[in-house]
Design a protein around this ligand. Structure first.
Ligand code: A3P
Length: 293
């Protein structure tokens, strides 16, 4: 989809139609679509971002719980409960120009929704720690639809029935969820020495303490259970909505925050269509997604 070198002349806005003709406005960076509010300098410079060996890169497909895990990671890493309005968006390397995070203290936590092949080679060369958060695709689709409707500069007014097919075909920003997941699984397989922690949104919902303990081990930090439970309290959807709403899309990101909302949206026909598609596209994928808890 995206050529390896982003050409300055090829960054522009595009309006991608859903099945009813309503459009989502995306930013086209040399054929690859990203969020419309991205800074042009960020995407143009993405292959030359200076990565530090102790950077931590949070890699997610949008709507998979990036904001949540970013916050948990910050607190786990620093050993402090943080009550500010910094969000993952300010550290999204394809959206923010490098100067906005270049001077941060180490270890930095950076975020990206891109595939490995779009990132600087230093990620692999320096073998930085990567946290890859995955979420079941049905809830991702519902979350994406609601996000698209709420963010004014996406200019989307479409209906749920018209978005599912183009969404899973990867027509909108960041391409297809399936390509993303398959691609990252491939990266893990072909780079066994790259330290990657795979987290599932559903597992975090089910047992956040257990998952943060896994994060501690991965990050090489020791924290007490008491501290971990304080992180849990400080990163509930309500707590984050209160702290981050102004800084993060007017709170559109903090919607329901559960597992299984897709049941309120998918019709029987949509569900059958999706399950069939999943079987076809993900036949070789060993991952098991939880659709209900
Ligand atoms: P829903 O739209 O299903 O509610 P991202 O941060 O990658 O954009 O993902 C957004 C999704 O994560 C939204 O899902 C949002 O509600 C959920 N989310 C954000 N903060 C959360 C939190 N603190 N706890 C649980 N879920 C959270």
């Amino acid at each position: 989809m995206m050529c390896e070198d982003v050409d300055r002349s090829l960054t522009h806005l595009v309006h991608i139609p859903d099945d009813g003709g309503d459009t989502i406005t995306c930013y086209n960076a040399n054929g690859f679509l990203i969020l419309v509010s991205s800074d042009k300098r960020a995407i143009l410079g993405i292959r030359s971002v200076k990565i530090r060996a102790d950077d931590i890169l949070l890699c997610t497909y949008p709507k998979s719980g990036t904001n949540w895990v970013f916050e948990i990671t910050r607190e786990t890493l620093t050993g402090k409960i943080i009550e500010d309005d910094v969000t993952m968006v300010q550290r999204l390397i394809e959206m923010e120009p490098e100067e906005s995070y270049a001077d941060l203290q180490s270890p930095r936590i950076l975020n990206s929704h891109l595939l490995m092949k779009h990132l600087t080679e230093d990620v692999l060369k320096k073998k930085i720690k990567v946290i890859n958060v995955l979420r079941n695709p049905k809830d991702v689709a519902v979350s994406f639809y609601n996000f698209a409707k709420k963010i004014p500069n996406l200019e989307y007014k479409g209906e749920w029935k018209n978005i599912l097919r183009p969404f899973f075909e990867g027509k909108f920003m960041y391409g297809s969820w399936m390509d993303y997941v398959i691609n990252w699984e491939q990266v893990k397989k072909t780079n066994p020495d790259l330290p990657v922690l795979t987290l599932f949104y559903e597992d975090l919902k089910q047992d956040q303490m257990r998952e943060i303990r896994r994060m501690c081990e991965f990050l090489g930090v020791e924290r007490t259970d008491d501290f971990l439970s304080r992180i849990c309290d400080n990163t509930t959807l309500t707590a984050m909505r209160t702290l981050k709403t102004k800084a993060c899309y007017d709170g559109a990101v903090f919607r329901k925050g559960g597992v299984g909302d897709w049941k309120n949206w998918f019709t029987v026909a949509q569900n059958e269509w999706f399950d069939q598609l999943y079987q076809e596209k993900m036949a070789d994928c060993h991952l098991q997604f939880k659709y209900m808890l």
